[in-house]
Design a protein around this ligand. Structure first.
Ligand SMILES: Cc1cc2nc3c(=O)[nH]c(=O)nc-3n(C[C@H](O)[C@H](O)[C@H](O)COP(=O)(O)OP(=O)(O)OC[C@H]3O[C@@H](n4cnc5c(N)ncnc54)[C@H](O)[C@@H]3O)c2cc1C
Ligand code: SF4
Ligand code: SF4
Length: 481
């Protein structure tokens, strides 16, 4: 595998020289948290976090490669095997990782469920661990204390059950945890870390290298993750509600709409001077131009190098139950993968005492909830790695190697289109930001979005006709041959 001109095989890549330079930094902040005197996290001109050296010749920076989720040569399988591989009760699935149980369900408390992203399971697990004294603090994402237009959310170490309520809801917004790493190291107690798959991987790598951190972070919960957005995404959505991002104090990316399918959620912006002047204004996401996540607008480039959707290194992971039989419920339903016996017991007790409504979920159904993303992270990733190697560009070492034949011609075209829409969205929003509204952005993006839409439609037609052909062959008994 071609890695980089000056990088020997299996040598960890430099975080600045390789990871940041090639856009593979997700901005998690671990490196700056471990070496705050050497690095600081800053938002770059694309609204994404990245580490910035404090001096021209930063010392000790090479050692940080071992713990960076995109520079380390230790992958999710290695980490998960060392954590869960010894437990004979755990099963392993190539797309899910290790698991003891898979569930579908939600919290029964109506207020809790209404104020959560989907079924409210993440916050429920965190509340249980904290209230039962299993952990003493939760590292999670909450609205920023001093909300500024470019810093709406942040990581905080929460010890209070009431404050934990603020963590509810998915924030499609860049966050980084450099500030809380020294706080966790100094904390007198056990910590639950909640994060995206690559964030949990980063914490696991750090714990392998740092005994203090390993002793403190005793539990982890991961979110399923399709991709992360830059701050441009919230600016774009705020303007889509007719408001101005400088007047907004916080946002809800997942406003539940009564009577609508769970995946037909809205976006709401809060502030004193919103368009409606009432303190909040909102828009159904379906009315936002190019709202489909498949266009990859404002997506971090690092997410193009990701192969973990279900947070395979976390003790438990939670996602949305995106299947026809579940999305009809406007109040939201989650899917859950449990890897730790302790959390499995917690969940069983919650089910038994009526705090959780749970059903069993087959691995096939679980995978079906994330099918398009899994394809993007397997076949799509292999093709993108091939493209990077063709250009002689460094890329992180992934569990699935570069393969030009991983996709058919149409899916290759879709990959090129997704990369183009991602890149163009940054360029055109950067030009739009100094103007009012979003008309310039929409006008510039429309041709690419139309072509992408057409390519998606062709793929749907193709897969529908393949399904019809399969059914026909079954009917004729041809599949028995
Ligand atoms: C960027 C992103 C992409 C996602 N992609 C998918 C996907 O493709 N498929 C899917 O099924 N689910 C995805 N999810 C997860 C999904 O949106 C829900 O978070 C999940 O279903 C849990 O719902 P809940 O009601 O149990 O969570 P809640 O009880 O509402 O709790 C949400 C928790 O998420 C944490 N959190 C919120 N935003 C962030 C963030 N940016 N970084 C780290 N932690 C955060 C909060 O601290 C809180 O603890 C994504 C979430 C995010 C933030
Ligand atoms: S991915 Fe995280 S650890 Fe790696 S360089 Fe970026 S901020 Fe640092
Ligand atoms: S898609 Fe992967 S790299 Fe991107 S934020 Fe999610 S887990 Fe991290």
């Amino acid at each position: 595998m071609k890695l980089a001109p000056s990088l020997p095989e299996n040598a960890p890549a430099g975080i600045i020289s390789h990871v940041v330079a090639n856009g593979a930094c997700v901005g998690c902040g671990l490196c700056a948290g471990l070496a705050p005197e050497t690095l600081k996290m800053e938002l770059n001109s694309r609204g994404c976090y990245e580490p910035v050296p404090r001096t021209t010749d930063p010392e000790g920076i090479d050692q940080l490669s071992e713990t960076c989720p995109f520079a380390s040569t230790t992958n999710e399988d290695d980490i998960a095997k060392s954590l869960f591989g010894q437990n004979p009760e755990l099963q392993h699935h190539e797309q899910i990782g290790y698991f003891v149980d898979t569930h579908v369900g939600f919290v029964t408390d109506p207020e809790h469920r209404a104020s959560s992203t989907s079924g409210g399971l993440i916050t429920w697990i965190a509340e249980k661990l904290l209230s039962e004294g299993i952990v003493d603090a939760v590292a999670c994402v909450v609205p920023s204390e001093h909300a500024a237009p470019q810093r709406l959310f942040e990581y905080r170490l929460v010890t209070d059950l009431n404050e934990l309520k603020q963590a509810r809801k998915s924030r499609y917004y860049p966050v980084q945890f450099s500030k809380i790493i020294p706080e966790i190291r100094a904390f007198d107690g056990r910590v639950l870390f909640i994060g995206l798959p690559c964030f949990v991987k980063a914490i696991r790598l750090a714990a392998q290298a740092d005994k203090t951190l390993a002793a403190k972070v005793t539990h982890t919960v991961g979110l399923f993750c399709g991709h992360l957005k830059s701050t441009f995404f919230s600016e774009y959505l705020i303007r889509s509600t007719g408001s101005d991002e400088t007047q907004i104090t916080t946002v809800d990316f997942r406003k539940k709409i009564a009577g609508q399918k769970a995946n037909h959620y809205g976006f709401e912006a809060f502030g004193d001077r919103t368009k409606t002047g009432t303190g909040s204004s909102w828009i159904p996401m379906r009315q936002v131009f190019a709202n489909s996540w498949t266009y990859n607008l404002f997506m971090l480039k690092a997410c193009e190098f990701c192969d973990d959707i279900m947070a395979e290194t976390a003790d438990a992971s939670v996602g949305d139950a995106w299947l026809p039989e579940y999305v009809e419920d406007d109040k939201g339903i989650s899917v859950l993968v449990v890897r730790s016996a302790e959390i499995a017991t917690l969940i069983e007790n919650g089910h038994a005492n009526g705090e959780l409504e749970l059903g069993s979920l087959s691995t096939d159904k679980l995978i079906a909830t994330q099918r398009p993303t899994l394809q993007q992270r397997r076949a799509g990733l292999q093709y993108r790695l091939h493209l990077a190697e063709q250009r002689g560009q460094w890329h992180p070492i992934k569990r699935f190697g570069a393969d030009p034949g991983a996709c058919n011609l149409l899916y290759k075209a879709v990959q090129h289109l997704r990369m183009a829409t991602r890149e163009s969205s940054f360029r055109h929003w950067a030009s739009q930001r100094n103007r009012q509204g979003r008309t310039y952005f929409i006008a510039r993006m429309t041709p690419l979005i139309l072509i992408s839409w057409l390519a998606n439609e062709l793929r749907h037609i193709r897969s529908r006709s393949a399904a019809v052909k399969r059914r026909l062959l079954r009917l004729l008994g041809a599949d028995a041959r």
